[in-house]
Design a binder for this molecule. Sequence first.
Ligand SMILES: *Cc1c(COP(=O)(O)O)cnc(C)c1O
Length: 341
Amino acid sequence: MEKKNIDWSSLGFSYIQTDKRFVANYKDGAWDEGVLTSDPNVTISECACVLQYSQSCFEGLKAYTTEDGHIVTFRPDLNAARMKDSCERLEMPVYPEDKWVDAVVSVIEANAAYVPPYGSGATLYLRPYMFGSNAVIGVKPADEYQFRIFCTPVGPYFKGGAKPITIRVCDFDRAAPHGTGHIKAGLNYAMSLYAIMDAHRQGYDENMYLDAATRTKVEETGGANFLFVTKDGKVVTPKSDSILPSITRRSLVYVAKEYLGLEVEERPVAFEEVKDFAECGLCGTAAVISPVGKIVDHGKEICLPSGMNEMGPVTKKLYDTLTGIQMGRLEAPEGWIKVIR
Ligand SMILES: *Cc1c(COP(=O)(O)O)cnc(C)c1O
């Protein structure tokens, strides 16, 4: 297979149209067969439920080339299961999980020429999503839905090494108790846009959201979960019903315990504790882990001992082990790697 003529190492994180995408439609209570199509455009009613009342959810995962030349993807069954949870919370019809994974595989196969080569640091990012597509003016769920998966090649997240970032404690809330913070709904992102732009205007890379009820506990950022490391080498990650269950974070917790023999605590984390941690990282599909060097709480700086130049040693071990598993350099736990070809 001839790869597309793309300078993989200079790719950023932006949309590049590829050859094929998957589209399935839900109507009269059932999903159709779904097709791969060359048409990148969506045509829907001006009154579509997604446009009026934001009835939409999405997923994000990657395909890449392993050291031995296979095209693979990472734990797509967990993305399928998470999208099921999102759909149920938003009164949307679930797309069957096994067919969901098959559709992801078909999109990767159809766009294999866009899967970046091993060693480039680039990956093929897949974006499955669903939205209410028919006209709805009274507030209620749509009757018709579209499920789509497109993909776009994205560049290495860390160009020239993983530089620690500076984040701030945010005065806005991301998710209410008993709200929608635990599902991957577009609406969670709409309301975070002002907060992230405001953070950038103030010179910060990201927001640390606290729990909305008491503002004493660490939740997550707009799109990544927190991992902390204590001074005695324990991994600590916040547990809360309003955090989005990151697949990267869940995988890192497993890696910490089973590959690195570290102690892991998944529990509520008081913001008060943060000043005592040795390392901090943000985990998500995009970066795997981005190291945090500094956390600013209304002018008060918490400087992590790992500093502003490189990842902390435990964070680095976690990062190297999980990316080693993903890239086929280390043996993966059963079921983690789905080989496409
Ligand atoms: C997608 C997402 C994450 C990261 O999840 P991964 O499955 O690791 O990519 C974390 N927080 C939020 C709010 C998200 O939407």
